[in-house]
Design a protein around this ligand. Structure first.
Ligand code: GLA
Length: 739
């Protein structure tokens, strides 16, 4: 891996000016670059590492020697924005690091020691800047990985204690980013079960705005550890300076946005310090999770595309590969099934062109059968009453139909009514003699305990070893932590619980991926409750939401794909009226929406008959033949936001070589007669012509120019009017370059 090592020691390799430095000048400049961005730090005359710039590439780093950006020299002591502000150095803003040293001192003051950059693999450099306290043997290493082509950087820190005794870390952020503008607009995500990734944008005023999670496990069910920041105006699709940020961490997180007294925005991101003080013993190191950043001077559309490119390539499993079309049994059968129900579903799935059948909850537990969510969780043996011929019979049946077979598990959890809870009460997260609080009748296993890690790993490994025909796992997690406490951790380290849980989870994921590197795993936590780049690294896709209503999904998937790659967004056609919202929608609308992500179905397929069956089969064929490669590796261009006035939503995926594209348009409200949307396309090759052909027509043509050829500049600057007006009308078009 490390054959491209190209070491550059800053201070040796970089220019050193020969003239005497004036006050305010820097002695060294450290520049980290991607294709069109640069991140610049400088070392000042007091050996402090000062933040200088993150944004559009600056090609002459020597400027940063002559002029110290981000300095406030009018204060008593030169207050500059240090790269990693600690409490105790004169920093009066929110600190990135606050430590109680071994002698009880509360102050830390870091000085620059060294900087080194390695090319770790083609297209990626890793820079480590080492800082050391001026008094104590206490070191912080600031890491930055730069992904050249994707214009993404990731940052994290490693704190090392070489003092005589334990240092207590109270705050230990992954990254600090100060920004300067007239105003700042923060786009962030909020929601609830069945309504994840709703989008809010607000202007930041003086004070601190915090996006955080304090409840563990399902950390993204309400807010999400990601955001967009637009400078000087609300974010726009195709213009303006815009940053995207996401923390790769599946535990409690805290993203703090402080507009300080000088109207500088200080962004501090990392693990949530809430009840999480970490005792770092002498000689120990602690690594913080990666904070991902990207920047675009042409709006949030490019921010998303950078994150998608980076995510597909580096932050998920098989992100650039074609994903199977799935039939998941949950909404079609829930807990009520026997062999015939499932084989019947497989018959229909195979006939319709589906590629993988997934058996959801309800297949396990014998002493305490899992016939509802009251019992059986934790007892991962096939229920012999429901499935007398075992899983292998179902797996073989699936294979005989040309389908792959997938299975649901929720290995981090246990029902009190289960053999596991009786056998290992000490594995359950608990607090002394207090009553345990259940949620969906279940309790959480303590993944800070290595024995529990082994158990969870073995749930996965034993299933796959005894049933090698399983080719897909849906990994669920349906509660969070209302009451923390570990029988494994000593009393003095109970505050380690939150972080150790996540470390335990990651070590299980690591072991799984070592043995099963390409195996397909879906990331699910009651829907999108664990959607972050920390978890995604080990998964091939994510269950976006338990809400399968297509109108709700337009909003949920709009928010989700601002940050996360659409190829991973499991998006299923379910029945009408919808089980979560009771809304009635046409099958075409449901398919058209589901085809913007990883298409699947979540219903009893035998209920789709007659014309609907013909339409469904045609839509699945269209998806496979034309749409899926574009969803997988194409560039997403958002054309109309469902949040904007008008009651429309529209987007397209354009092939990287711009030879083909798919365009979607949706009518979200009833519109009066003759009120149609005009859609201006984007991302096409301006010099080329494209033929537009409507698919999934269902007997109707929604564009007067269907089948015609248009120049890209016409499509992008004049736009096309689509005849969709009724609520839940929709249209999908393929575009192909005509030579
Ligand atoms: C969670 C998941 C659903 C389904 C059920 C099964 O809610 O998000 O998709 O798997 O659990 O209990």
């Amino acid at each position: 891996m490390h054959t491209y090592i190209n070491k550059l020691i800053f201070g040796i390799g970089l220019v050193c000016f020969s003239f005497t430095l004036a006050v305010g000048q820097n002695t060294k400049v450290i520049e980290i670059k991607t294709k069109s961005t640069s991140l610049v730090y400088a070392v000042d005359q007091s050996s402090r590492l000062i933040f200088q710039h993150y944004g559009k590439t600056v090609d002459s780093p020597e400027n940063f020697k002559q002029h110290k950006a981000y300095a406030k020299p009018d204060t008593d002591r030169d207050f500059s924005y240090e790269a990693y502000p600690t409490f105790g150095l004169g920093n009066i803003n929110e600190p990135a690091l606050a430590a109680i040293h071994s002698d009880g001192s509360l102050n830390t003051e870091l000085a620059f020691v060294s900087a080194e950059t390695n090319d770790t693999q083609p297209g990626i450099t890793e820079t480590v800047i080492t800082l050391k306290d001026r008094v104590y043997d206490f070191t912080v290493e600031l890491y930055t990985k730069a992904f050249w082509n994707e214009d993404v950087i990731s940052q994290w820190t490693v704190v090392e204690n070489n003092e005589e005794a334990t240092v207590k870390l109270n705050n230990f952020a992954s990254s600090f980013l100060p920004l300067k503008a007239e105003s700042y607009y923060l786009t962030h995500f909020y929601g609830a079960w069945a309504g994840e990734m709703s989008v809010a944008e607000e202007k930041l005023e003086n004070g601190i705005k915090v996006i955080e999670c304090k409840k563990g496990v399902r950390t993204t069910q309400t807010e999400n550890a990601s955001f967009l920041l637009s400078l000087n105006h609300p974010s726009l699709e195709n213009s303006g300076d815009c940053y995207g940020g996401a923390l790769a961490w599946s535990g409690n997180y805290r993203l703090a946005f402080q507009v300080d007294e000088w109207r500088t925005l200080n962004v501090i991101s990392g693990i949530n310090p809430f009840l999480s003080a970490w005792s770092l013993k002498a000689g120990e190191r602690l690594a913080t999770p990666e904070m991902i950043y990207t920047f675009s001077s042409t709006g949030r559309g490019q921010v998303s595309r950078n994150l998608h490119d980076w995510g597909r390539k580096y932050a998920m499993v098989g992100g650039t590969k074609i994903h199977d079309i799935v039939l998941n049994s949950w909404e079609g059968a829930y807990f009520s099934f026997d062999e015939n129900t499932l084989t019947g579903m497989m018959d229909d799935a195979a006939e319709m062109g589906i590629e993988t059948f997934v058996l959801d909850d309800g297949w396990f537990g014998n002493k305490y059968p899992r016939n509802n969510d009251d019992a059986g969780l934790g007892d991962w043996q096939t229920n012999t009453k429901k499935l007398p011929r075992g899983l292998d019979y179902l797996i073989d049946y699936a294979h005989s139909k040309g389908l792959k077979f997938g299975l649901w598990i929720e290995p981090e959890m246990v029902n009190p009514e289960s053999e596991l809870a009786g056998n290992h009460p000490e594995w359950i997260v608990q607090s002394a003699d207090r009553d345990k609080i259940t949620w969906r009748n279940q309790l959480l296993l303590d993944l800070s305990n290595p024995k529990v890690q082994d158990f969870v790993y073995n749930v996965f490994d034993s299933l796959l070893t005894s049933h090698p025909g399983i080719e897909y796992v849906k990994w669920d997690a349906n509660r969070h932590v209302e009451q923390a406490g570990s029988t494994f951790l000593p009393a003095s380290e109970q505050t380690h619980f939150w972080i150790s849980y996540t470390h335990g989870l990651y070590s299980v994921y690591e072991r799984i991926r070592e043995k099963y590197p390409d195996f397909v795993i879906q990331d699910c936590a009651s829907g999108g409750g664990r959607l972050d780049y920390g978890a995604l690294k080990y998964h091939n896709e994510y269950w976006t939401s338990d809400n399968t209503d297509p109108l709700s999904r337009i909003f949920i998937q709009y928010g989700t794909t601002l940050i996360y790659p659409p190829v991973g967004a499991a998006s299923h056609v379910s029945t009408s009226p919808n089980h979560q919202t009771l809304r009635m929608t046409p099958l075409k609308f449901r398919f058209d929406v589901a085809m913007t992500g990883r298409l699947g179905m979540e219903l009893q397929p035998k209920h789709i008959q007659g014309d609907e069956r013909v339409f469904a089969e045609e839509a699945i064929t269209n998806y496979k033949q034309f749409v899926r490669p574009l969803v997988t590796n194409g560039d997403l261009f958002r054309l109309k936001s469902p949040y904007d006035e008008g009651g429309w939503a529209s987007q397209m995926y354009v092939a990287k070589d711009q030879t083909s594209a798919v365009l979607y348009a949706f009518s979200l409200e009833p519109h009066l007669r003759g009120i149609y949307p005009t859609i201006k396309l984007n991302g096409l090759d301006a010099k080329k012509k494209y033929q537009i052909v409507e698919i999934n027509k269902n007997g109707k043509t929604r564009f007067r120019g269907d089948g015609q050829t248009f120049s890209a500049d016409y499509l992008m600057n004049v736009g096309i009017e689509l005849k969709i007006a009724d609520q839940f009308d929709s249209a999908v078009f393929l575009l192909n370059v005509v030579h």
